[in-house]
Design a binder for this molecule. Structure first.
Ligand code: SF4
Length: 160
């Protein structure tokens, strides 16, 4: 059993979390690594807005509620510009709070990747975090603008 917390970029503080929670259930994106292991989401919150004033508080709280791992949501990478503090937050949470951090949750949209690959405006450090999030088939599954998106989701949910 792994207990995880999810921290999102506050630019998306009204996000319903649907993609992150679906990716947990489906073991997609950054959650693939858990395979068949049971996963419980023990907390979901935001960084509090630039420059992340809620990070220490929320990560400490997640640790107190049993988090083994904290995931930074994909929106920290896939919103433009990507969060400039990702490595600072990760270092602080791992070294000072004592919880491992993984970068990413659900798969990244392929059009975002192609667009920014083309413009070449993403720092290489951030791009190194893309790897586990850029499977085009997984990304397609999460693209709610597709015509048959709802039908596919219904089938997926009926299998639960
Ligand atoms: S860019 Fe970073 S610090 Fe700013 S709101 Fe998003 S996650 Fe928080």
């Amino acid at each position: 059993m792994k207990r995880i917390g999810i921290i999102i970029c506050d630019r998306y503080n009204t996000c319903n979390g649907g993609k992150c929670f679906r990716a947990v259930r489906e073991r997609d994106g950054a959650f693939k690594k858990y395979g068949k292991e049971e996963v419980e989401v023990i907390g979901y919150s935001t960084c509090g807005g630039c420059p992340g004033g809620n990070m220490e508080y929320v990560a400490t709280g997640m640790k107190n509620y049993g988090a083994d791992i904290i995931h930074f949501a994909t929106g920290m990478l896939a919103g433009y510009p990507p969060c400039p503090y990702i490595d600072v937050f990760k270092d602080h949470i791992e070294k000072n709070i004592g919880v491992k951090v993984e970068i990413g949750t659900h798969p990244m949209p392929t059009n975002y990747i192609l667009n920014h690959e083309n413009i070449q405006d993403i720092p290489s450090k951030h791009k190194s975090y893309w790897k586990i999030l850029t499977n085009p088939d997984d990304a397609k599954k999460y693209d709610s603008s597709r015509a048959n998106y709802n039908e596919e989701l219904e089938v997926e949910l009926e299998k639960q």
